[in-house]
Every structure is written in C-alpha cells, then in structure tokens.
Design a protein around this ligand. Structure first.
Ligand SMILES: C[S@@+](CC[C@H](N)C(=O)[O-])C[C@H]1O[C@@H](n2cnc3c(N)ncnc32)[C@H](O)[C@@H]1O
Length: 263
C-alpha cells in the first residue's frame, strides 16, 4: 500500500493507544502521552516470559491494537487470538498485523465476561491493563481461570495499582467481635492490608477506570481466583500460573455465585 494511503488509514482509525512502528516512518501514536508505549513497558519485563512459544497457544484479552499479540507471535506461538470489546481497537489490530505480516494472528470481538464461549484453553493468557476498567474485576479473573487458562497455563497480568506496596500477614480469620480488626494500626486500616480503591468518577480523565488495588490486593485477588504468582518483573506486572482455586471443594456455585453454576 502506498505510504500516503497507509498514513490516511492510520489517521482514520485514531485515536491509538498502542504506538506501533509500521515502517516507512509511520508510527501509530507518535505523540503518546506515556511515550513509546507499550514498547518501553514491554522492554522492562519481556525477559520474564518464555522466549520460545513454539507450539503454544496465546489468548490476548483486551488486545487493543495488538502489540502483545504480535510480540507473542514473534516468539513462535502457533495460535494467537486477540479479543477486545471495542470494534475500533480490533480494526487497528487488523491493520497492524496486516502491515507487519502477522496475518496469522486472529482477532475477535468478545467481552472478557464471555470468554467461556471460546470453549478453548490456552497455554498463555495475556490480561494486561484491563482489570481496573471492569466493574466486576474478580468475576473476570474467576472466568479467565475457569474457562481459558490451561491446567499448567500461564497468565501475564497487569493492573493499575495505587497505595502501599507493602505486604502483611493476613490472619486466617477476622473474629467478628475483635475490635482491633477495624481499628488502626491493625488489619483493615493498615496500608499493607489488601485494598481496592473504588473510583466513582474519573481517574486521569477516564470514567472507565473503576478500581485501583494496592499491591497486596492484586496478589490476594490473583490467589483467590486460583493463580500463583511466579514472578513480578515490574511493580504492576505479574506472571502467574494456574493453581488450585481456594474453596473449590464447595463447588462452582460457591466460588462463582455471581453467575450461578458453571457451564
Ligand atoms: C488500557 S487498554 C490495555 C490494552 C493492552 N492490553 C495493553 O496492556 O496495552 C484496555 C483494553 O481493554 C479493552 N477492554 C475494556 N473492557 C473490556 C471488556 N469488558 N472485555 C474485553 N476487553 C475490554 C479496551 O477496549 C482496551 O482495548
């Protein structure tokens, strides 16, 4: 495609959240407010991922313009599927893979809450930058764990985090009448206690930012959904592996009450 026509096509699909180098001096978001995003972020944790994904399958949830989908394909993944709830981002992703010659990467419009419809498990699930945009974040993690992470599968996870990075030993139980439970400096008011800040209005001008967990809460939610954190290559990036779902012995309706019995 002629350079000018490609430039027009890129412009017609703006605004872009992923700055991707399409060659010939064309970058999709050269003036990104974060800089060369997500390349500079990926550079910080890329080594934590398997360098060779030959024969592996990857699901990129909230794929946006496909940066991570392309990177996983570069590592040899046999199947890469990117899903997103927004048609505009999917159109960007298709343009990117066409221009970069990665047409083998597939994209589909699918909400994270509907991943069960895929009826497929993946070796690696990429779930970056989506959790805090969801009104029901723990439900999304539960659904991902149950429906699309393979038995020994990995999940690359990132969330916006706010508050303390400290960790504390959380007690097995919180006795109802123990006053210290609710009183500083113990438990709930301790900055290291797992907490998710609810953003009723906007964060950074964006009303789709609903939640900001602290680090302890990110890790606690991952554990509660059945993920073991294997590495934290960046403050807000976690490489997790499928682990037993706590309380699993109570059956799926106890763990997933928001949607009733599992399919
Ligand atoms: C902040 S961007 C992150 C993009 C990319 N994963 C990254 O880390 O650079 C959030 C993406 O998640 C998508 N998204 C938001 N809510 C979603 C949902 N319920 N189901 C699927 N995708 C969703 C948005 O359309 C957007 O592309």
């Amino acid at each position: 495609m002629a350079i000018a026509a490609l430039r027009d096509e890129v412009e017609a699909l703006a605004p872009w959240f992923h700055n991707i180098d399409l060659g010939n001096g064309i970058r999709t978001a050269p003036d990104h407010f974060l800089g060369d995003y997500p390349q500079f972020k990926f550079d910080r944790f890329a080594d934590a991922l398997p360098a060779d994904l030959t024969g592996r399958s990857v699901l990129d949830i909230g794929c946006n313009a496909g940066f991570y989908s392309v990177e996983m394909k570069r590592r040899g993944a046999s199947r890469v599927l990117g899903i997103d709830a927004d048609d505009r981002y999917l159109a960007q992703a298709r343009l990117v893979t066409r221009e970069l010659g990665f047409e083998g990467v597939e994209f589909a419009k699918l909400d994270v809450y509907d991943v069960g419809a895929l009826q497929e498990k993946f070796d690696l699930v990429v779930f970056m930058g989506v959790l805090y945009h969801l009104r029901h974040p723990l439900l999304a993690l539960d659904l991902i764990r149950e429906h699309v992470v393979g038995e020994d599968g990995l999940m690359l996870f990132q969330t916006m985090q706010q508050g303390s990075n400290a960790q504390m030993d959380v007690p097995e139980d919180h006795p109802f009448y123990e006053p210290e439970t609710f009183t500083p400096p113990r438990y709930f008011d301790d900055p290291a206690y797992p907490k998710m800040h609810f953003i009723e209005r906007r964060f950074s001008g964006d009303w789709t930012n609903w939640w900001a967990p602290n680090r302890a809460c990110s890790e606690a939610m991952l554990r509660a959904a059945g993920f073991a954190v294997e590495a934290r290559p960046e403050n807000d990036v976690y490489l997790c592996r499928a682990a037993p779902v706590p309380y699993g012995e109570w059956g799926p309706t106890a763990v997933y009450p928001a949607r009733g019995a599992a399919a």
